[in-house]
Design a protein around this ligand. Sequence first.
Ligand code: ZN
Length: 308
Amino acid sequence: MRLHPTDATPTKGPTMPELPEVETVRRGLAPAMEGARFHKVEARRGDLRWPLPKDFVQRLEGQTVEGLGRRAKYLLADLSSGDVLLMHLGMSGSFRVLREAGESTPGKYHHERGKLIAHDHVVFHMGNGAVVTFNDPRRFGSMKLVRRAELEQEPLLRALGPEPLGNAFDAAMLARACRGKKTSLKAALSDQRIVAGLGNIYVCEALHRARLSPKRRASTIATRSGAPHERAQGLVDAIRAVLNDAIKAGGSSLRDHRRTDGALGDFQHNFRVYDRDGKRCPTSGCGGAIRRIVQTGRSTFFCPVCQR
Ligand SMILES: [Zn+2]
């Protein structure tokens, strides 16, 4: 896996996988897991970010994965027992899938994922012969079993806002959520209660596409009564476009992998502003240069000329 060309930039640490990466992982894991039974499960340590349930292995072995879904940055495997296996990649988590055809690492990452066997913490041996390994050097990832009937009360999911690619997310909803908010647009869009699954990278990218400044007050996408300003619609469209493009790029990386035996993640990220401090703004006719500022402790990349 090749590193991003500017990986030596000292201004940032590893980035948390965002919605498109997690969705790509889901699509990569689905063929190995959906409809397959957990034949044998190895939990090589008792904890990731949090302790694994004591009966983790027993509750998985023998169960069939009826579907593999996603909510924000969580993967949700629906099991035949009525349990749901919740999985989160954290900062450094990744999956490898070993099948007869070869090995793959579904997902695209801005930073290289771990490869040391010592960090292979959980291994699923599926009844169809696939071996799915979770590797996580920093152990901020997590796995948890929740009864499907109790999923709506699950604390990790309960407070999440709507899915940005779902029907519940639209200009009216976003304007209502931002009405009267004195925080910046950057902070509002990063708030998982307002919209789920966006992180630093795609918030920066979406704001650039919408030509809105990350420093703009969140309340300015709504009228005083809370109705959506036209900026709200532009922002919703930009968020959807940025995510769909990234998912498409991730999907093509999965397809490429089937054609060749190259490592996954070895393809270009086409970020317009993220990590492009000092580079020329890609908006046609703009001529501005991308700047980096720090907002609520995180780097924001934007063009001060065309983002207002
Ligand atoms: Zn610009």
